[in-house]
Design a protein around this ligand. Structure first.
Ligand SMILES: NC(=O)c1ccc[n+]([C@@H]2O[C@H](COP(=O)([O-])OP(=O)(O)OC[C@H]3O[C@@H](n4cnc5c(N)ncnc54)[C@H](OP(=O)(O)O)[C@@H]3O)[C@@H](O)[C@H]2O)c1
Length: 299
């Protein structure tokens, strides 16, 4: 393994002492699967998952994204087993507001009481006294941002922050209106919504957040459970001697300096491949071709 010296530069979360490399790691894929139940139960190869997380850290990554409802509990327990005591510079970002049904479903757990319980679950399973960053994931609609006041939920998290159980607060699956509402109550350091080279409904939001120094951390950077497939992406990858996934990540890193990437993988080979994306330079004509992907039907 080659230690990475430049993981696409760094970003400091606003008004914090937390500086992370822009190339991070998303831990959701570490949990197992049981038939149709995704992100469910232990991984097939626990030792492999632990080795992968240790390689994440050895490679210089210092930003891991997780949730206690992955598994449920499994992903956080693996992170603790692999990495505790944690490196001083590691920032673990978790999210709250869902629980899992016995059938593997994702059920809103969005009341202040449920959010408080979820924070305690995260503290216990990660084995920490305080959580670095907690994202409130809005659940008015499970799959995309939907309007509705998040004031009671943000107020509950702000109180837990006052008590010292949370260091900083972020948001996920939210609209610009909800971001504004939350920022009136507490500082927001990051926003995690669905975005990638082929799914670009949030371009204006990213620019607004960049202006305010807030990190934008796209989920599904590689397309999620069905990784991106695009003729244009593959063609560019061949031209650059890279892989389509490396190009998709490099495009995100190029898109805006406030974008932090958290590609998810359960494979050490894919991890190594993804980390190399931080070194990939995209010439202007390539950017133009990639910018067309979201607009081109069939790509
Ligand atoms: N806030 C939210 O609502 C939300 C929702 C979803 C995810 N997230 C967070 O975002 C992180 C990233 O999202 P994600 O993991 O769902 O999706 P993703 O990073 O877009 O893609 C993960 C998928 O791509 C595959 N993959 C990864 N690297 C690859 C490579 N080099 N070549 C080929 N396939 C590759 C993975 O399979 P392998 O395991 O085989 O590599 C997996 O199927 C998650 O870990 C989670 O922390 C947040």
């Amino acid at each position: 393994m080659i230690a990475q010296t430049d993981l696409a530069g760094t970003f400091t979360l606003p008004d914090t002492s937390m500086t992370v490399n822009r190339m991070g790691y998303g831990a959701m894929q570490l949990a197992g699967r049981d038939g149709d139940k995704l992100v469910w139960g232990p991984p097939r190869d626990l030792d492999g998952a632990i080795a992968l997380l240790r390689e994440v850290i050895a490679s210089g990554v210092n930003h891991i994204d997780t949730a206690d409802f992955y598994g449920p509990h499994v992903t956080n327990q693996i992170i603790r087993k692999a990495l505790s005591p944690y490196p001083k510079d590691l920032v673990i970002v978790t999210k709250v507001s869902a629980r899992r049904g016995d059938d593997g479903s994702w059920i809103p757990a969005f009341s202040p009481e449920e959010l408080t319980a979820a924070v305690h679950d995260n503290l216990r399973n990660l084995g920490v006294d305080a959580l670095d960053v907690v994202n409130l994931r809005s659940m008015f609609s499970i799959h995309e941002p939907a309007e509705g006041s998040i004031e009671p939920q943000i107020t509950a998290l702000a109180e837990l922050r006052q008590k010292g159980l949370i260091r900083h607060i972020g948001l996920s699956n939210v609209s610009p209106t909800q971001i504004k509402e939350a920022r009136r109550i507490v500082p927001i350091v990051c926003v995690q919504n669905h975005y990638n080279v082929a799914h670009r409904t949030e371009d204006a939001l990213i620019d607004d957040l960049a202006h305010d120094g807030i990190a934008y951390v796209p989920f599904f950077p590689l397309g999620g459970f069905t990784p991106l497939q695009s003729g244009a992406l593959s063609e560019v990858a061949v031209r650059l001697g890279a892989t389509p996934m490396q190009v998709a990540l490099a495009w995100l890193l190029h898109r805006s300096p406030n974008i932090l990437v958290i590609p998810g993988t359960s494979s050490i080979e894919h991890l190594r491949e993804n980390l190399q994306a931080s070194k990939l330079q995209l010439p202007a004509e390539v950017i133009a071709d990639l910018d067309g992907i979201a607009a081109r039907p069939g790509n």
